[in-house]
Design a protein around this ligand. Structure first.
Ligand SMILES: C[S@@+](CC[C@H](N)C(=O)[O-])C[C@H]1O[C@@H](n2cnc3c(N)ncnc32)[C@H](O)[C@@H]1O
Length: 282
């Protein structure tokens, strides 16, 4: 959906004021801070919600969101964009297996953090890869998100069966050593990942905007999250990620994300430019 389709003719300045007030209201009422998210994407998502709620102005949406928790949850789900896949960008997972995992083989206890894990597919993929490399038993995987709804789903390890065709293709392209079906059972029309795999992952609420570092990790995935932040917020979150990374640790970003042009560029070496893998050097 383009911006033009999404919004009726609307005074640009007024729209900006209303959006600012809406975000401030959400922050004061619910503690979620979207004030430094990238404006064009926020704007698009707010108009999308407005049209689904059949409301004419952002101020009306603000009122509904303040008074009805469910309306806020619906908007929250729009603003957080919980889109994900297992073995998303298979080439990146293949590069991890080929280059990064060998570099970590000697580490006695591997701590991995998936920051902005959505419904868990990225963390499940890493768990499978570590299992196939004989490293899962000595790995701790933490997967965090701001969305409670996503985390609830993630802990279940249930995946709609219609996603499995794509995930199987991704798994194979990522250099999977078995078959993806060896990690799940079919039940109630869906796929349920083996509990032994899901239970290896600690799913927890963590807000990259307002919460602090909570451990030191050898690998941090923060993929397809920073693109939704403005430059100032990206810089702040890069600080948090850097602080949370062990010396020599790896930062894995999404295809459109980078440490270049941030205050942290000089503190990483580019380990893999194509798949946005960086290694902390100092
Ligand atoms: C597009 S998904 C990316 C999921 C996964 N990393 C991937 O690449 O497939 C973005 C996720 O970031 C989460 N997110 C957005 N803002 C966040 C914040 N401030 N703190 C933590 N997670 C956040 C959203 O809830 C959403 O689940």
């Amino acid at each position: 959906m383009t911006d033009i389709e999404a919004s009726p003719p609307y005074d640009e300045k007024l729209e900006k004021i209303e959006i600012e007030v809406l975000l401030e209201a959400i922050y004061l009422r619910y503690g979620y801070d979207f004030r430094d998210y990238a404006y064009p994407s926020l704007r698009r998502r707010i108009w999308h919600r407005l049209s689904l709620e059949q409301l004419g102005t952002i101020s009306l949406l603000q009122s509904r969101v303040l008074h009805e928790r469910e309306a806020f949850e619906r908007l929250l789900s729009d603003l957080t964009i919980p889109v994900t896949e297992m073995f998303r960008d298979p080439g990146m997972f293949e590069a991890l297996r080929r280059r990064l995992i060998p570099a970590m083989r000697e580490i006695p206890l591997l701590r991995v953090w998936h920051a902005g894990c959505a419904s868990g597919e990225e963390a499940y993929s890493m768990a499978i890869q570590l299992e196939e490399e004989g490293m899962l038993a000595r790995s701790h995987i933490y997967a965090t998100d701001i969305s409670k709804a996503c985390l609830q789903l993630a802990r279940k390890g249930a995946i709609p069966i219609d996603r499995m065709r794509l995930y199987t293709k991704n798994y194979q392209a990522a250099g999977g050593k078995r078959t993806l079906s060896s990690y799940y059972e079919l039940s109630h029309g869906g796929a349920k990942l083996h509990p032994g795999l899901v239970e290896r992952i600690v799913f927890a609420e963590h807000n990259l905007v307002t919460d602090r570092s909570f451990n030191e990790f050898q690998v941090i995935f923060c993929r397809n999250v920073l693109i939704y932040f403005n430059a100032a917020l990206r810089e702040r979150v890069h600080g948090l990620l850097y602080e949370s990374l062990a010396p020599g640790g790896f930062l894995v970003l999404g295809g459109k994300e980078s440490v270049a042009y941030t205050g942290f560029a000089g503190r990483y070496e580019t380990w893999d430019d194509e798949f946005r893998i960086y290694r902390k050097t100092r």
